[in-house]
Write a protein that binds this ligand. Structure first.
Ligand code: HEM
Length: 413
């Protein structure tokens, strides 16, 4: 009897041990598999990482590519956790006020220094424009202060795409503040790791860690960016924050520019008061677009080489580098708030590198964004089983009707 009990205990013990061993082996294999996957992904990331254009003032940071890759890993892991059993939203700017149709009409009389790449005098492109809130919370009420996004997708732009994809589209991405809060990708990695941490201790220490990582200047920019309250996305000014080249690599007159957009005429809208309706910006956009609307697109050439390419925390003051109007963004009367169009909007993806060589993104933040957006956006769209095909110029719906010259209004610069 005693012997039987001892045998049974031994058998149970062996069963537990062999299960534990199996779990350990599975864990080790998974870790090894993860490490192998990360290594392959890193190699792909590194091989397609942009080479700095040193002639215009770019310079690679120490460990830049490793840091950029690590940022993408942290974001993907965090999205997987935050949206485990539900639709995976964008990591940044998840809340859309709407994706609307527009026409991007280049000024007919652009001066030759600005008439480069897609900016050919008189050219007109169909466009999709996505307006968004910046905060990572897709449910954040619109009345709260926040950075607001405006992402333009031009359809059917001639020339080779800098992204390895078969698409003739070109993206122009802006936020409602002129500067970005961080320069150094090492610091950005630390910020992203703090923001996405699962550790209680790190969350508690977050304000101090942020101060260490981005300094007083960076914190000021975060506060200024996220404090903004608006009453209508069409009445807001947006900036590229970081620079782009204007001109091919071989163009002796190439320069760096930042860009911006703003309403065509001085804003008439209500001041941004307290509005308790959580999605009132969508309603405001919708209301304005029953009539149609106009914004203008400006570029700011870097006339003075002391204006930094790599320092995205420093604004190029307009006194040193004025803006020039390059295009009108004309929004025909439309109603955009349908289930189908909102779904299309969620599936869209923007990337500053979906562009032409004459508009190549510049600076460390932009270099990092290439692979980060590609990886994060791919993860989001694959997990959601969204199509990854870019909207086509030929079949794209915007605008509803051809624009007349009378609509290409001029506004003071
Ligand atoms: C290294 C710095 C940055 C990182 C890591 C980053 C990361 C991201 C990610 C992961 C997304 C979502 C992509 C997707 O799921 O499709 C996104 C979207 C966005 N980002 Fe950034 N970003 C950076 C810098 C900037 C800067 C400088 C701007 C300034 C214009 C910007 C503006 C936007 C906007 C407006 C969107 C929303 C685009 C849309 O409507 O789909 N980001 N960003």
């Amino acid at each position: 009897m005693l012997q039987e009990a001892a045998n049974a205990r031994a058998a149970r013990g062996w069963a537990i041990c062999s299960k534990a061993l199996a779990y350990t082996i599975v864990c080790l294999l998974a870790l090894a598999g993860d490490a192998a996957r990360a290594q392959t992904d890193f190699k792909l990331f590194r091989d397609s990482y942009p080479t700095p254009d040193v002639t215009i003032g770019e310079r690679l940071q120490p460990q830049e590519i490793e840091n950029a890759f690590a940022i993408s890993e942290v974001i993907i892991a965090s999205l997987g956790r935050r949206f485990a059993d539900t639709l995976i939203r964008r990591d940044a700017h998840p809340k859309a006020h709407g994706c609307v149709k527009g026409e991007f009409a280049i000024e007919p009389d652009l001066t030759p220094d600005l008439a480069k790449g897609a900016f050919q005098p008189g050219a007109r492109y169909r466009a999709w424009v996505r307006f968004s809130n910046g905060n990572e919370d897709p449910e954040r009420p619109d009345g709260e202060g926040d950075g607001r996004g405006m992402a333009i997708k031009l359809l059917g732009v001639p020339g080779d795409n800098l992204l390895a994809e078969d698409s003739s589209n070109m993206d122009l991405i802006m936020i409602s503040h002129p500067t970005f809060f961080v320069n150094d990708l090492d610091d950005y990695l630390s910020v992203v790791s703090t923001v996405n941490t699962t550790s209680w201790l790190r969350r508690t220490a977050a304000p101090l860690l942020m101060l260490r990582d981005i300094g007083v200047r960076g914190l000021q920019i975060v506060l200024q960016t996220t404090r903004l309250r608006i009453s209508n996305p069409l009445d807001t000014r947006y900036w590229s924050m970081v620079p782009y080249r204007l001109g091919e690599a071989t163009d002796p007159d190439r320069t760096a520019v930042k860009f911006s957009s703003r309403p065509c005429s001085p804003v008439q809208s209500e001041p941004a008061g307290d509005n308790a309706e959580p999605d009132f910006l969508r309603a405001a956009l919708s209301g304005r677009l029953t009539q149609g609307a106009c914004m203008e697109f400006l570029v700011q050439p870097r006339r003075d080489p002391s204006l930094s390419i790599e320092d995205s925390q420093r604004e190029w003051e307009e006194a040193d580098a004025p803006f020039y109007r390059v295009a009108s963004i004309l929004f025909p009367p439309q109603s955009f708030d349908t289930a189908e169009q909102n779904e299309f909007c969620e599936a869209l993806s923007f990337n500053p590198w979906r562009t032409r060589a004459a508009h190549r993104p510049l600076g460390a933040v932009n270099r990092a964004r290439k692979g980060i957006y590609e990886r994060v956006s791919h993860f989001r769209r694959e997990a959601n089983t969204f199509s990854t095909t870019e909207p086509l110029a030929a079949t794209g719906t915007p605008p509803d009707r051809p624009l007349t010259d009378g609509e290409t209004r001029r506004a003071p610069r």
